[in-house]
Ligand binder design. Structure first.
Ligand code: P6P
Length: 337
């Protein structure tokens, strides 16, 4: 059995100039994940179900656990001293960690502390997504320069899924590894070494309730998934949990595609580029999969706003490529004049 901490230290040798800061930062995230997991597991008992009454920057009413999770991750990063600022789904502005230990740290973190939190009240899996970047600014004034970095600049990324078991899955650009929390010892233990996503699959994840507003290319791809064809194991299975981390994790293990395209209520897509699409795209590419917005690689998309939204087609390479073909044919991107 290898714990997350042992694995991180062991892999530190992958980085010849590493002095342990990234290792300690990943450890800090693991500690916060354990604390959040403890509260999620008893959410039905404690008075932390339901809404905090606060509305977040997304205009969504914050669930009490959203607020709690955000506080825990920011507190762990601040006291850990390896991160100088955090961009969080729950905070409109960047949070500067200007404690004596953090203000000169070399890394910045983008995080969605609890994605899919509306599922907590009905006991459905939820998740945390995070990206780690190197600080670019040399002084404390480069906040946006530090956080508005392309996904290709990520040093590490990962997610935590609070499901039937709690797992932390991360990459530092040298493959993807998954760790399952053993509650009896309070440690994340390596359970899924060097995860690779199947190059194709038979599961598609999309909220078909939005069908009438989907781009024509998405409609055509959905119909392709539904046509009977034994040779390609169709019709595929539709699985949509309403918690992207859960859908993505299942597709990572079994193969499949998750699509959140533009809709009437979300003309640029619903998912946020900085702390949802980019970390999950880094993970999926490192596992051998593909992640685009239907036209362009997610990791190459210019980042101009902290809470920027983006359409996402992510999962098994062959499935994403075929969906892109339908987009090119039926919903061609306006060629910028
Ligand atoms: P809809 C959760 O709010 C989330 O960000 C993703 O985790 C999930 O896949 C999606 O939004 C659900 O959105 O519009 O289908 O309910």
């Amino acid at each position: 059995m290898i714990t997350l901490g042992q694995f991180i230290i062991k892999k530190q040798s992958d980085f010849p100039y590493a002095k342990g800061e990234l290792s300690r930062l990943l450890r800090d995230i693991g500690i916060a994940a354990k604390i959040v997991n403890r509260e999620i597991n008893k959410a039905g008992l404690a008075d932390i179900l339901g809404d905090s009454g606060v509305v977040n920057v997304q205009g969504e009413t914050q669930k009490k656990l959203d607020v709690y999770a955000n506080e825990q991750f920011i507190s762990a990063l601040s006291s850990g001293g390896e991160c100088c600022l955090v961009a969080s789904e729950e905070n409109e502005e960047v949070v500067l960690l200007n404690t004596d230990v953090s203000k000169n740290a070399k890394y910045v973190v983008a995080i969605d502390p609890l994605d899919g939190s509306s599922n907590i009240d009905v006991n459905v899996a939820v998740g945390t997504t995070f990206s780690i970047y190197r600080r670019k600014s040399t002084d404390g004034n480069g906040v946006l320069e530090d956080i508005l970095q392309k996904g290709t600049e990520q040093v590490a990324a990962g997610y935590v899924i609070y499901g039937s078991s709690t797992m932390l899955v991360y990459t530092t650009g040298k493959g993807v590894n998954g760790f399952t929390l053993d509650p009896s010892i309070g440690e994340f233990c390596l359970s899924h070494a060097d995860i690779k996503i199947p190059e194709t699959g038979t599961i598609y994840s999309i909220n078909e309730g939005n069908y009438v507003h989907f781009p024509e290319g998405v409609k055509k791809y959905i119909k392709y998934c539904q046509v009977e064809d034994d040779a390609t194991q169709r019709p595929y299975t539709s699985r949509y949990i309403g918690s992207m981390v859960a859908d993505l994790h299942r597709n990572l293990i079994k193969g499949g595609i998750y699509i959140y395209p533009s809709t009437a209520s979300a003309p640029k897509g619903k998912l946020r580029l900085v702390y949802e699409c980019n970390p999950l795209a880094f993970i999926i590419e490192q596992a051998g999969g593909r992640a685009t917005n239907g036209y362009e690689r997610i990791l190459d998309i210019d980042v101009t706003e902290i809470h920027q939204r983006e359409s996402i087609f992510i999962g098994s390479t062959k499935m994403v490529l075929l969906a892109e073909e339908y987009m090119a044919q039926y919903s061609p991107k306006e060629i910028l004049k």
